[in-house]
Design a binder for this molecule. Structure first.
Ligand SMILES: [Zn+2]
Length: 96
């Protein structure tokens, strides 16, 4: 698991230290030493499909910290979640 382009899926700046299952769902990402256990890729947070207000309190803390890291506002996050859900529903409609 080592090549020149093996960069962290979260920050994209550091080399991947380990590939582990994401806390956001049944997927794995590569994390650098700084991001592992602290941050998730923004797309993974959006892919959970839950708007900020509907997250449980513990997870809100986690998502808030992540949004700050990715330089996103809660409003932007909610919009992306709504947009992502729309795309998913369309995919289901067209493919199932
Ligand atoms: Zn990183």
């Amino acid at each position: 698991m080592s090549n020149e382009k093996n960069m962290c899926d979260v920050c994209g700046e550091n080399k991947v230290k380990s590939v582990v299952a994401s806390s956001t769902g049944p997927v794995s990402y590569g994390y650098c030493e700084e991001c592992i256990g602290e941050y998730e890729p923004y797309s993974a947070l959006v892919a959970m499909g839950v708007k900020y207000d509907n997250l449980n309190p513990t997870y809100k803390e986690f998502v808030k910290k992540n949004l700050e890291f990715h330089d996103k506002t809660i409003e932007e996050f909610d919009e992306d979640v709504v947009e992502g859900n729309k795309e998913y529903e369309e995919f289901i409609r067209n493919n199932v």
